[in-house]
Write a protein that binds this ligand. Structure first.
Ligand SMILES: Cc1cc2nc3c(=O)[nH]c(=O)nc-3n(C[C@H](O)[C@H](O)[C@H](O)COP(=O)(O)OP(=O)(O)OC[C@H]3O[C@@H](n4cnc5c(N)ncnc54)[C@H](O)[C@@H]3O)c2cc1C
Length: 410
């Protein structure tokens, strides 16, 4: 049997039945929604164009919001066991000022993380099939139809959820897309190196502004090394990530030391980022929702999106459950405002932070201030732990003592 036939036949197993929920995309957003909806007793069909485990271009970093969502799914311990636990982030400002931030993080390759979440969804009763969905339609009778892999597979469901990540073609077809363009791009590679780095390293080198480069240890001698850039008016969309990566690799001391003696075990690969909870509708005014990176759930400034994808997945599951129980579309129409109410203030905060660090001299000033103040170090850790609003750190008030000292010195 060829790979394609196998794919078509396994997806065809989902045809002909009315599912309660069809979910397209089995990344963290889709698989989380599937896990909760299956637990609530609904019939759930989860489709992804890739067989799992599959690669996803990512930094493989799990910050506290992702760990909290994994804990809620009962996956925290296994993720810690399979991953690499880290409790320190080393931030390097454009001119090399070093700031240490305490935060509990874990790194785990997405191949393994996404498979764990998917397995949990399947263990709770969701059906998973490999199929590339080409079209999703909202029918006049209220149900959702999907054509998958060659349009010879037709799936029907009461409610549809699009969790397709930065690939927003299906949203565009359904006129759920406000902004086609993405907010940024990022790339990563895998290396093995005998040089030991124990913390997550984040560098705001000038070559990457407004964005950052990272070195994330994966345990043993493996590292995920990459960089990402957010677009803005000044920089526009003209970014050569490979050049930015090469500059980081040759110029920033810690990166040069690691990479000079490293062996590549995975090439530099790039992917798009949609951030800021903007650019897409969360609801098509009938029975289709969209979640995760497809609705821009990735954070501005940090580019972290696994935790927020999972959070939009769990919020969607609650609304879909309520809609199915009440046989009413009302809970679906509340989804967007619910997400905004729960999450939007944090995105505003991160957007402010992103604007500040887009100017390297400001990043330097902030780094110098944080380095000299234990209270600001606590607040910076609070940003990662979601206990501090970034707007409380990225303010002129934070910088003022530094400015006062500078003007006194001249
Ligand atoms: C280089 C880089 C580094 C990053 N580093 C981090 C990090 O360290 N930590 C972090 O938290 N976030 C990071 N992110 C962001 C993170 O990868 C995303 O926020 C996260 O993957 C979003 O999850 P999701 O479930 O919404 O989408 P995805 O994980 O992209 O999953 C979408 C799924 O939908 C499937 N799909 C799409 N279209 C179809 C279709 N038509 N039919 C069937 N299936 C379809 C895809 O195959 C895919 O499996 C990084 C992003 C990049 C680009």
């Amino acid at each position: 049997m060829t790979g394609r036939t196998e794919t078509v036949q396994s997806a065809a197993a989902g045809s002909g039945k009315l599912w309660d929920v069809l979910i397209v995309g089995a990344g963290p957003a889709g698989a989380t929604a599937a896990a909760y909806l299956a637990s609530f007793g609904h019939t759930v069909l989860l489709l992804d164009r890739h067989r799992f485990p599959r690669e996803k271009v990512c930094g493989d970093g799990l910050i506290p919001d992702a760990l909290m969502s994994l804990r809620a799914l009962g996956l925290y311990e296994i993720v810690r066991r399979q991953g690499h636990c880290i409790d320190n982030i080393l931030v390097l400002s454009p001119s090399g000022i070093r700031v240490q931030i305490r935060a509990q993080c874990v790194t785990l390759k997405r191949r393994r993380l996404d498979k764990l979440i998917l397995d949990e969804a399947v263990a709770r009763g969701a059906a998973f099939r490999t199929a590339s969905v080409e079209r999703v339609r909202q029918a006049a009778d209220g149900s959702v139809y999907a054509d998958a892999t060659g349009s010879d597979i037709h799936i029907r469901a009461r409610i549809g959820i699009l969790a397709t990540g930065a690939d927003v073609a299906l949203l565009e077809d359904l006129r759920m897309l406000g902004r086609r363009g993405h907010s940024g791009i990022a790339a990563r590679c895998y290396v093995r190196s005998p040089v030991k780095i124990e913390e997550l390293v984040v560098s705001f080198d000038r070559s990457i502004a407004p964005g950052y480069a990272w070195i994330f240890p994966l345990g043993g001698d493996e590292y995920n090394v990459g960089c990402g850039v957010f677009f803005n008016e000044r920089r526009g969309r003209k970014v050569n990530l490979r050049d930015a990566f090469n500059t980081f690799a040759s110029k920033v001391t810690i990166a040069r030391a690691l990479l000079d003696r490293a062996k590549s075990i995975g090439p530099l690969r790039g992917a798009r980022i949609r951030s800021g909870l903007a650019g897409s509708s969360f609801h098509n005014d009938a029975s289709i929702l969209s979640i995760g990176e497809a609705v821009g759930a990735t954070y501005p400034f940090t580019g972290e999106g696994i935790g927020k994808a999972m959070q939009t997945g769990s919020l969607a599951a609650l609304q879909v459950h309520s809609a199915l129980v009440k046989s009413s579309l009302e809970p679906l129409s509340q989804f967007q405002s619910l997400v905004h109410e729960h999450l939007m203030p944090r995105y505003f905060g991160y957007e402010v932070a992103q604007r500040w660090i887009s100017k390297p001299w400001m990043s330097d000033l902030i780094a110098a201030r944080i380095r000299s103040s234990i209270n600001l170090q606590r607040m910076a850790a609070g940003i990662i732990n979601e206990a501090t609003d970034p707007r409380d750190v990225f303010t002129w008030r934070t910088l003022l003592p530094q400015w006062t000292r500078r003007s006194n010195a001249t």
